[in-house]
Structure formats: structure tokens, C-alpha cells
Design a protein around this ligand. Structure first.
Ligand code: SF4
Length: 66
């Protein structure tokens, strides 16, 4: 089992903090919100920092089976 970050797109306010912090994982899309495009491109603790700092708490870990 692996944990990957997911964004609740209904809650994301598009502040861009995650994309500034980890542009190798998160990017803003034309809809004005962020998406995870490379969930394994950063260490767990780096992503955890983004999760902790998201102002609307819309980034969460999601379990995927390998
Ligand atoms: S930090 Fe949170 S609210 Fe801001 S763009 Fe990223 S996911 Fe959206």
C-alpha cells in the first residue's frame, strides 16, 4: 500500500501555495485550482508539509494498492 496526495477540487481555493512549494508534484490548472500531476515526485515529509500548510485543508493522503 502506498500513500499519494489528493486534492479535493471542490475545496481548493487556488492560492497556489502547494505549487510554489512543490512544483514537481502540484500544478495550477486553467480552472483556477491545483492538481496533483506527479504524486510520487517528492518525499512523504515534503508532501506532509504541503498538507499541513494548505489554508483550506483540502490536500489529503489517499491509499492506493501497489
Ligand atoms: S495550497 Fe491548498 S488551496 Fe492552495 S492551491 Fe494548493 S490545494 Fe489549493
Amino acid at each position: 500500500m502506498t500513500q499519494v496526495p489528493r486534492i479535493n477540487r471542490h475545496e481548493c481555493c487556488g492560492c497556489g501555495l502547494c505549487t510554489l512549494t512543490l512544483p514537481e508534484v502540484f500544478r495550477l490548472i486553467p480552472e483556477g485550482i491545483s492538481e496533483v500531476f506527479a504524486p510520487t515526485n517528492a518525499k512523504h515529509k515534503e508532501i506532509q508539509k504541503v498538507i499541513d500548510n494548505c489554508p483550506v485543508n483540502c490536500v489529503h493522503w489517499f491509499n492506493v494498492t501497489n
